[in-house]
Design a protein around this ligand. Sequence first.
Ligand code: ADP
Ligand code: MG
Length: 305
Amino acid sequence: MNAIEIRNLSKSFRGMYAVNHLNMTVPVGSIYGFIGENGSGKSTTEKLICGHLVPDGGEIKLFGRDYTDAGVRVRVGALIENAGCFPGSSVYQNLMMQAINLGIENPDEEINRVLKIVRMEDSATIKFKSCSLGMKQRIGIAMALLGDPALLILDEPINGLDTDGMRIMREILVDITKTYGCTVLISSHILGELEKIATHYGIIRQGRMIQELSAKEMEARARVFTSLKTEDMQAAEKVLKEKFKSVRSEDGYVRVYDVDDTEEIVEYLYQRGHVVSEIKKNKIGLEEYYIELMSKKENEDYANA
Ligand SMILES: Nc1ncnc2c1ncn2[C@@H]1O[C@H](COP(=O)(O)OP(=O)(O)O)[C@@H](O)[C@H]1O
Ligand SMILES: [Mg+2]
């Protein structure tokens, strides 16, 4: 079953598509990384799913039911933009106000439950305005977790966090999916971080979904390359280009793409007077995969124009 299934979803502002006949499939239990440059339509899509905006057309299903179904709406928690907290009130008081708004039974118990998930059980009495950015983001997540949602929608929750803040956030998100069986849709442009936790990706460009794939599929599709150093790198690069299709310099190494056998490369260079001093085999990460996909798309657009 899918937590989210979107077909042909569109939303325009002043005659311009923000979301343009978008399709999206988010499997239950996944951490779905929603990727795209600024203005590509991520937040608009998330607001549509949450019912904060009304679509021009298309279909949104959550857990197999229409997204307006009241029974399914209560299973969705979201943090889009900020949590809307009162700065002078404590973390606990803010959560209590929200819990009461939601009509949650045993609010105290529920607040303690969500505080524990976001690792803030010892910070309940701190005023919201005294919290760090990382804590504020976690309070936002705690708010969204009230009522035990089956689907959590987060808009750029790791923006602006330091390394430690990002690590805690990562642990929390994995915990939410693994321990609580919640599905997480998370938009982010910090691909290196996303890559550490996402099980699926959706890549959006100009309001359209241009590719959806699982982390496994990405792993399988990601090109392998060999990075190496020699005494005269420029000459080595030139020689390699005569035999191998895809060769270029990057980060102080010559890279040879899509060749499995590193021995073949070393031997080939050796026979032409270049001794390899350092060599390592790599796979391109999400960041490079994304950049390559985008440049391919741009070339296509250019060709079709
Ligand atoms: N309320 C709005 N009114 C007018 N235009 C909007 C509004 N919200 C978003 N847009 C436009 O829709 C496009 C997509 O925006 P958004 O969904 O915020 O992208 P992202 O979250 O990927 O950065 C942008 O061109 C943005 O300017
Ligand atoms: Mg946005």
